[in-house]
Design a protein around this ligand. Sequence first.
Ligand code: XMP
Length: 517
Amino acid sequence: PVLVVDFGAQYAQLIARRVREASVYSEIVPSSMPVSDMLAKQPAAIVLSGGPSSVYEEGAPQVDPALFEAGVPVLGICYGFQAMALALGGEVAHTGLREYGGTKVTTTDESTLLHGTPADQSVWMSHGDAVHTAPPGFSVLAESSGAPVAAFEDKTRNFYGVQWHPEVKHSTFGQKVLTNFLYSGASLPGDWTTGNVIEEQVARIKAQIGDGKVICALSGGVDSAVAAALVQRAVGDQLTCVFVDHGLLRQGEAEQVEQDFVAATGVKLKVVDAQERFLTALAGVTDPEEKRKIIGREFIRVFEDAARAVVEEAQESDGEDVKFLVQGTLYPDVVESGGGTGTANIKSHHNVGGLPDDLQFELVEPLRTLFKDEVRAVGAQLGLPEEIVQRQPFPGPGLGIRIIGEVTKDRLDTLRQADAIVRAELTAAGLDREIWQCPVVLLADVRSVGVQGDGRTYGHPIVLRPVSSEDAMTADWTRLPYELLAKISTRITNEVAEVNRVTLDVTSKPPGTIEWE
Ligand code: XMP
């Protein structure tokens, strides 16, 4: 792999993704990992990420010079660039000047690293210190007003560095710089594909599970679907999937799992219709956190019962235990929980939600190395329905937290109708990729007066909450075209009996959260 050494910036994951976008497999390792451990992974190249503001800060992570003696090509980025300069005998000045945001750099020399990029280019900078003298053996490739040495390379040793962040889109030729390093500098072929991922994961799953039995809970979302499809491809009928229909999904989503997913994969599916049970448990409850707690608790109980039934059936039919449980853990979860296998496992077990002692499973996590967009690509290649593979984020508690007030069967039906119209119109307008998600919220405890035909109506408002976001941590409300909003409003008030008013939420996050509850 290409190792991305994480110096503690939020950029390491982005670098790893960009490297993979160049069809080169990458993994993130913490900068605290000993160089011998890094080299044991037989890296094809190493990228040093951005990090804290100054290499002179107390406790700032350093680069062990041994890293540069292994004959592995290295690219230093921002902090990694400065740490590299220091380790190899260059000079980093504590200037006190900060360069932050979009900046112009000018190339000063022909190079491998900046080949094919214009002499003046716009890049994203974020640094305080600056490299003033390149280490011996390096040539200086570019400069900016705040960085006399903004890029350097030593072609004989295959060492490269840039002060800016090539991984962010604001650096116009950033991806070109990365591919120059990967293809020309490190001479990597760029042949890592979704097909490789599938082959590799199928082989791993086979090795882990052998002829054992395995169980998986499907949620209707993309992660559990792709994880299950991979395991199905690897071990076929040894897998049983469980789908708990809690009645809080949107229109057509239960059918997507029960019919389309099964048709596409041939998976053995056990459907538990728990709609009544969830409605009963939620009766009279209006507090959002209490709703979440109840839905989570009921889900675990229902899944537990279903899992126990699958285990018993397996024992009765051939005396075999069900030893494995599939989880759709993604790479960002693994990295965020420490990156090491140990820490990540703690989190995964935690995710299973405290299953009782007689239901302890070994985890199968085929998506552990993948980013979300890669999971979608794998799903598409496995032939999963587009609606599942491209599904936008949807909260686990489902429509339960999009009804402000008590959750009832009628209110769920009302919200499902309105939501289906919104989704259909957004899709027809070609906006699915542009928006992150668009919750539709029913203000069930609010009534408003309207007029329809000759009569007075006294119905409920719904709220449209279209948002744009990168990661759901922050978000902005999406400026949908007025014509589209008009169409959605007309359709909902005409077609959904209980709704006589459509409103638009124009709050960013923060201060508003994406969901209303
Ligand atoms: P908020 O409302 O916190 O939402 O801005 C951020 C993202 O998380 C989703 N969300 C949830 N997902 N269980 C989930 O699995 C939950 O209880 C939950 N609450 C919010 C929300 O849809 C958005 O994508």
